[in-house]
Design a protein. Structure first.
Length: 273
């Protein structure tokens, strides 16, 4: 877990803006109103996707607002959003902010992380309908340069990737670190609405209250949820590779039993309880 890329997982060395990329500054918020491919941008504000079939790649977004990237425009959701090799800085000072929200998007090799000026309780990803997040690196509450075992943790209600309702979501081969005691690396929250057909596969996670919630007490677990081939890092000595002896502060997972196989502790490959 200290260097996930050494074991083939995403970290800051293989996600985000490729080294040597030249970026053009976009001052303030960026409203994308036409389909197309946009690359090489350094956005000081936030991005509002107001067209279908938009691709953003090789860019950085670092605005202070509720959503660093919002996929819901004035006319509703716009399908076909692809974000690749991009860095999202959680610079918002607002409690409950997100790196991206809400539906109809695919993230690939995206690095989402904290900011010295931001709220350490901000979440990386909110997923609702028709979302794919793969090969990406989420650091909740960690500032660039912090050692993995000595994060700027807070008591905020923090999640790496989370939802309160939706359908058709794939979270594939992501690394998620949440040093906070609440709430999760991944939260499939069925407290208020159904979340159907969620696939959580081949990821590496650490921290939170429970590292992964596959459902909640009040809403239960959707039978289409899958939790397969994942690894959870735990900490036995107060430093890396994980944050807590049980993976999360309370344990590695909750409501995930029977939803798949091959889920193990990262350090020794032993099956999760």
């Amino acid at each position: 877990m200290p260097v996930p890329s050494a074991c083939g997982y995403p970290d800051s060395t293989n996600t985000g803006v490729p080294a040597g990329t030249s970026l053009t500054v976009v001052n303030g918020d960026w409203h994308i109103t036409a389909s197309g491919v946009y690359s090489g941008r350094d956005v000081t504000g936030c991005v509002y996707v107001e067209a279908s079939n938009v691709t953003i790649r090789d860019s950085r977004i670092r605005g202070n607002c509720w959503f660093s990237i919002r996929t819901t425009g004035i006319n509703g959701n716009h399908p076909g959003l692809i974000i690749e090799d991009t860095e999202i800085v959680l610079a918002s000072t607002l409690e409950g902010a997100y790196g991206i929200c809400c539906s109809e998007y695919t993230l690939t090799r995206v690095w989402i992380h904290g900011s010295p000026n931001g709220n350490a309780g901000a979440d990386c990803v909110y997923f609702a309908n028709n979302v794919v997040v793969r090969d990406s690196f989420c650091e909740v509450g960690i500032l660039p340069g912090d050692p993995p075992g000595n994060p700027n943790a807070t008591s905020a209600h923090s999640d790496g990737m989370t939802s309160d309702g939706g359908d058709n979501v794939i979270l594939l081969h992501n690394t998620i670190r949440n040093p906070n005691q609440q709430t999760s690396a991944i939260l499939v929250s069925t407290n208020t609405s159904l979340i159907t057909n969620t696939k959580i596969r081949n990821g590496l996670y650490a921290g939170g209250g429970y590292s992964v919630y596959c459902g909640t007490d009040s809403g239960g677990v959707d039978p289409g949820t899958e939790f397969t081939g994942n690894r959870i890092a735990r900490d036995w000595n107060g430093s890396a590779p994980g944050y807590y002896p049980n993976g999360g502060y309370f344990g590695p997972t909750t409501h995930c039993a029977g939803l798949g196989g091959g889920n193990v502790w990262d350090a020794d490959g032993m099956p999760l309880p």
